[in-house]
Write a protein of this length. Structure first.
Length: 159
């Protein structure tokens, strides 16, 4: 409900800084940053669809995928591949949802700053709770999941 109510979201695209601009500016633990690269970084989703839900973001505040530089596009792709490998090693999901919601009408919660979702999925992971209880069970704290992913990154990223 906090997410739906708009907490931590910029009011509109004209705001100079958004949560994806702020996250890498502090410490990794406080910002839930999992991995940093030259032009992009990986961060835990503050409102995850499932445990281990990561976002791959360019540092640069850019809204549209076509506005990424070639180097940024490559880093987003490389970090996405690495994130999948690390999540597989840490928690063994049965599959993934990957994607970018381009624009508010397409479902982007923060449309002004591009971010790629890496969502691990397990067989039967969406049960009756979202329907009956309007609740999703996320059985692990973000900080705990972040630590597992950070600790496993170098050994499992593969690139």
């Amino acid at each position: 409900m906090v997410y739906i109510g708009g907490e931590n979201k910029p009011r509109d695209a004209s705001e100079p800084e958004c949560p994806f601009c702020r996250a890498p500016g502090g410490g990794d633990e406080d910002g839930l940053v999992v991995r940093r690269s030259g032009a992009a970084y990986v961060v835990m989703n503050l409102y995850p669809y499932s445990p281990g839900h990561l976002l791959v973001c360019p540092y640069r505040h850019v809204a549209d995928y076509t506005d990424l530089t070639p180097a940024e596009a490559v880093e987003v792709a490389v970090l996405t591949r690495q994130a999948m490998r690390v999540i597989r090693a840490v928690s063994g999901p049965a599959g993934f949802n990957l994607g970018m919601n381009q624009g508010q009408v397409a479902g982007a919660g923060i449309a002004a700053h591009l971010h790629q979702h890496v969502v691990p999925r397990w067989t039967g992971d969406m049960n009756f709770l979202p329907i009956v209880g309007q609740t999703r069970a996320v059985p692990q704290l973000l900080e705990d999941t972040r630590r597992l992913l950070v600790d496993a990154w170098d050994a499992n990223a593969g690139e």
